[in-house]
Design a protein. Structure first.
Ligand code: HEM
Length: 361
C-alpha cells in the first residue's frame, strides 16, 4: 500500500511533526476509545456459516460426492474438499489484508497492523519445545480460556478484524490466516519481507495452552530468558524480536501500560533500539504499573522488560548493533519472526519453498 511512506507520514503528522521538542497531543492522550467491533464468532459460528453454505450448495455438492461443499471465491465456485490453495490464492488473502490495512485508518494510530503483529506473536509464543505444545498451530486463542488470558487482552480487535477475510477465503485455517496477517502487517508497515508457508491446522479447545506462557512486562532479563529459551530462541533472537515494539502502543484498558515506543508507531524500523540507546529513560510518575518514559518529551514509553535489554551485557550487545544498523535489524528480525510464526507446525512445504508475498504498491 506504499504504506511505509503513507503510514509514516500519517503517524508523523499525528505525532506533531517535530521531534522531540514538540509534545504529541495524540500520545499524551489516553488511548482512543475503539469502534465497537461487531461481535463475530469464531469456530462454532464459522462452522454454522459453512453449514448454511452446505445447504445452499447442496444440489451442486450432491453431484460431487458426500461431504464436499462449494463456495464462491471471486466468482468461481470452489469445491473446498478438493481445493488445494496455491501461492496465488494465499497472495489474494495477503492482498485483502493489505487493502484493508490501507483503507481502515480509523483505529489507534492509524493502522490495525500493530495489533495483527501482536496476534501472530501471541498465537505463536505459547510454544514449549519440551512438550511440543502451543505455538502457532491450532489458533486456540479463538477459545476461552486462552482468549481470556490477561496477556491476550485486546487481541479480539485483531481476531474480529480478520473474520471477514476468513469469510471470503474459508479454505484458509485461522492459524494460517493469523500468521499470514502478522507477516503482511510487517511488510505493509515498511518492514522486511517475511517469507511464509502454509500448513497450520485449527485445533479445538482442548489444545488451549495454560495461562502464564507469555512474558510478563513487569519482570527482568531472567524471566525474558526463561520464556524465550522455552520456545528455543537465543539471546540475539530475543533482542531482534523485541524490535517489533517499534510498532503500536500499550493501552491502559488492555495491559495497563500506556503509550507508544516511538514517534511513528505505524512504521516498522529500528527506532525502538535507537531510542532505547539514545534517550534517557526515567520512571513514569503516574497511578499505573511501573514503566519508563523518555526524559525529552515524556510522550514515549518503555516497559521494564524493554529496559532490561540495556541492563544485560549479552542483550545490550545486540541492542547496540540494531540501533546502529537498520539493515542488520531487518535481516535478523525477518529470520527470527519467520521462526516464531512457525513454532510447533508440522509443515509439508519445505523451508526453501516459503512464499514471499508481493507487498502492495
Ligand atoms: C519480553 C517480551 C514481551 C513483552 C513483555 C511484551 C509486552 C507487551 C505489552 C505489555 C504490550 C502492550 C499491550 C497493550 O496494552 O495493548 C505489547 C504490545 C505489543 N507487542 Fe509486545 N511484548 C513482548 C514481546 C513482543 C514480541 C516478540 C513481539 C513481536 C514480534 C511484540 C509485538 C508487540 C506489538 C506489535 C505491540 C503493539 C500492539 C498494539 O499496538 O496493539 N511484543 N507488548
Amino acid at each position: 500500500m506504499a504504506s511505509a511512506a503513507r503510514s509514516a507520514s500519517r503517524a508523523f503528522l499525528r505525532s506533531s511533526s517535530v521531534r522531540p521538542a514538540v509534545r504529541s497531543s495524540r500520545f499524551a492522550l489516553p488511548a482512543q476509545a475503539f469502534r465497537a467491533s461487531s461481535r463475530r464468532g469464531y469456530a462454532s459460528e464459522a462452522g454454522e456459516a459453512k453449514s448454511s453454505n452446505t445447504f445452499l450448495w447442496a444440489g451442486l455438492a450432491l453431484g460431487a460426492g458426500a461431504g464436499a461443499y462449494f463456495y464462491l471465491n471471486g466468482g468461481e465456485s470452489i469445491n473446498s474438499k478438493n481445493f488445494v490453495p496455491s501461492k496465488a490464492d494465499y497472495q489474494k488473502v495477503y492482498d485483502e489484508v493489505a487493502r484493508r490495512l490501507g483503507e481502515e485508518t480509523d483505529y489507534d494510530d492509524g493502522s490495525y497492523g500493530p495489533v495483527l503483529v501482536r496476534l501472530a506473536w501471541h498465537a505463536s509464543g505459547t510454544y514449549d519445545k519440551e512438550t511440543g505444545t502451543g505455538g502457532s498451530n491450532g489458533a486456540t486463542m479463538r477459545f476461552a480460556p486462552e482468549s481470556d488470558h490477561g496477556a491476550n487482552a485486546g487481541l479480539k480487535h485483531a481476531r474480529d478484524w480478520l473474520e471477514p477475510i476468513h469469510a471470503m477465503y474459508p479454505w484458509i485455517t485461522y492459524a494460517d490466516l493469523w500468521t499470514l496477517a502478522g507477516a503482511a502487517a510487517v511488510q505493509e508497515l515498511g518492514g522486511p519481507a517475511i517469507p511464509w508457508r502454509p500448513g497450520r491446522e485449527d485445533k479445538d479447545v482442548a489444545a488451549c495452552t495454560p495461562d502464564g506462557r507469555l512474558p510478563d512486562a513487569a519482570k527482568d532479563q531472567r524471566h525474558i530468558r526463561d520464556v524465550f529459551y522455552r520456545m528455543g530462541f537465543n539471546d540475539q533472537e530475543i533482542v531482534a524480536l523485541l524490535g517489533a515494539h517499534a510498532l503500536g502502543r500499550a493501552h491502559p484498558d488492555r495491559s495497563g501500560f500506556d503509550g507508544p515506543w516511538q514517534f511513528s508507531p505505524t512504521s516498522f524500523n529500528n527506532e525502538f533500539f535507537r531510542l532505547l540507546v539514545e534517550e534517557k529513560w526515567q520512571n513514569k510518575k503516574w497511578n499505573g504499573p511501573g514503566q519508563f518514559t523518555d526524559k525529552s518529551t515524556q510522550t514515549l514509553m518503555m516497559l521494564p522488560t524493554d529496559i532490561a535489554l540495556t541492563k544485560d551485557k549479552e542483550f545490550k550487545k545486540h541492542v547496540d548493533r540494531y540501533a546502529k544498523d537498520n539493515d542488520v535489524f531487518f535481516k535478523e528480525f525477518s529470520d527470527v519472526y519467520v521462526k516464531l510464526l512457525e513454532l510447533g507446525v508440522p509443515f509439508t512445504v519445505k523451508p526453501e519453498d516459503r512464499y514471499v508475498f508481493k507487498a502492495s504498491e
